[in-house]
Each structure stands twice: as structure tokens, then as C-alpha cells.
Design a protein around this ligand. Structure first.
Ligand code: 3NM
Length: 219
């Protein structure tokens, strides 16, 4: 298990920003810094898909982004690439069902934060047994950012998690915008994970501030 308490994990999930170099038409470092200034609570480096950086260029971008996160005291999580997470001594790792098995990853990363994407109660229970610190549930709404996303599930799985009193922190993902974020929190998620609503925004700083207000129920 991680050294973070469950309450701290829930706080971190509130406004979870994810991006890689191909999620924005402007410099990713700039977008991340604006999002950090706007109040994201955690960041995930996800360098995947068409035109994604590899090797040294990927490592260097990750390092720069980690430095920015450290500066704003926001945890830095790496998607999928466990070797990179260990090399950078990142705060955590996020994996899907297709990636390395959660139980193995937990052994490799020791007490770093472990997030797992899950699409059913059974997958959630298995991830919990493997030592996951939080679960990503999605896609809540249609998204064009992840080409191999599963079918849209709305808030139904979040509601089931609550009905069954599963205590693991959860974050919704997929197609989340300023206009549709709040029902996810209302259904019982601890936070929302977002790529394009921030990364493609004309003003990522203002957009992040507005999203923060929405998830805190202030707008
Ligand atoms: N995972 P946007 S949906 C990375 O369903 C990712 O597990 C998903 O991007 C899942 O906020 C998704 O632009 C893409 O829709 C999220």
C-alpha cells in the first residue's frame, strides 16, 4: 500500500489532469503549468497513441513535467510505463486491464500510488485485492481521445460501487466537461479525470479554475 492515507488519495482525485504531447496543439509543458496554476490535484503523464514520443524524448518530457508538478506540490503519476515511473521515482503508476497485472506492479513499485482502470465490480474487487489505491471508471461519456475506449457506461458502475459499499477511492474518466462533471461527483465519485477539456482549452488556466469550482460544487 502507498504511504498516502485513503483520505489523501480521495483529495488527490478531485481534479485529475492527464496528458501527453499529442493531447494539445501547443507546448505540453505550458499547458501543464497553466493547469497546475489553475488548481489540478494530481497529474498523470500519458504519452500514448499517434505521434507519441519514445525513448529519450519521452523521458525528457516526463522529467520536465515531473519537475513542474514538484514545484506546485502536485503528485506525478505515470501511465503504464513502470520502468519510467521507477527511473524518475514518480509518485505513482496508473495501469489498465491490458497492462501488467496489478499484483505484479504493486510488488515492483512498493509504496508508490497504484491506480487501476476497471469496468466491472469484479475487476474492481480484483484490483482492490491486488493493492490498488484507487480505481478509474470509464468512459463515463463518449470520448474521442482514447481510440480503444470501452462502451460508454454513464454513472452506473459508480452507483454500483456505492451500493455495494466498496470503500476504494474512485475517479470517473472519459468525455468529462465543465457541463457534465458534477453528476459524476454526485453519484459518489471522489473526482474526475480529464484530458481534452483542459489540454485543448483556449485558456487552460481559466478552464481548470472553472472545473475546480464545478467539482467542489461551487458553480
Ligand atoms: N481512459 P477525455 S477514457 C485515458 O475509459 C482515458 O478508461 C478512458 O480523455 C477509460 O477527457 C480516456 O479527453 C480518455 O475524454 C479521456
Amino acid at each position: 500500500m502507498t504511504t498516502y492515507t485513503r483520505e489523501r488519495i480521495k483529495e488527490l482525485l478531485k481534479l485529475y489532469f492527464i496528458m501527453g504531447s499529442n493531447n494539445s496543439s501547443i507546448a505540453p509543458d505550458y499547458v501543464l503549468e497553466e493547469a497546475l496554476k489553475g488548481g489540478i490535484s494530481v497529474f498523470q503523464f500519458r504519452e500514448k497513441g499517434k505521434g507519441a514520443l519514445e525513448g529519450k524524448a519521452k523521458f525528457q518530457l516526463a522529467k520536465r513535467m515531473q519537475k513542474l508538478c514538484n514545484h506546485y506540490n502536485v503528485p506525478f503519476i505515470v501511465n503504464d510505463d513502470i520502468e519510467l515511473a521507477i527511473a524518475l521515482d514518480a509518485d505513482g503508476v496508473h495501469i489498465g486491464q491490458e497492462d501488467e497485472k496489478a499484483i505484479k506492479v504493486r510488488e515492483w513499485i512498493g509504496n508508490k500510488v497504484l491506480g487501476v482502470s476497471a469496468h466491472s465490480i469484479q475487476e474492481i474487487k480484483l484490483a482492490m485485492e491486488a493493492g490498488a489505491d484507487y480505481i478509474g471508471i470509464g468512459p463515463i461519456y463518449p470520448t474521442s481521445t482514447k481510440k480503444d475506449a470501452k462502451s460508454v457506461q454513464g454513472i452506473s458502475l459508480i452507483e454500483k460501487v456505492k451500493e455495494q459499499n466498496l470503500t476504494i477511492p474512485i475517479v470517473g474518466i472519459g468525455g468529462i466537461t465543465i457541463d457534465n462533471a458534477f453528476p459524476i461527483i454526485k453519484a459518489g465519485a471522489d473526482g474526475v479525470a480529464i484530458i481534452s477539456e483542459i489540454s485543448m482549452a483556449e485558456n487552460p488556466y481559466e478552464q481548470t479554475k472553472r472545473l475546480k469550482k464545478v467539482v467542489l460544487g461551487q458553480e
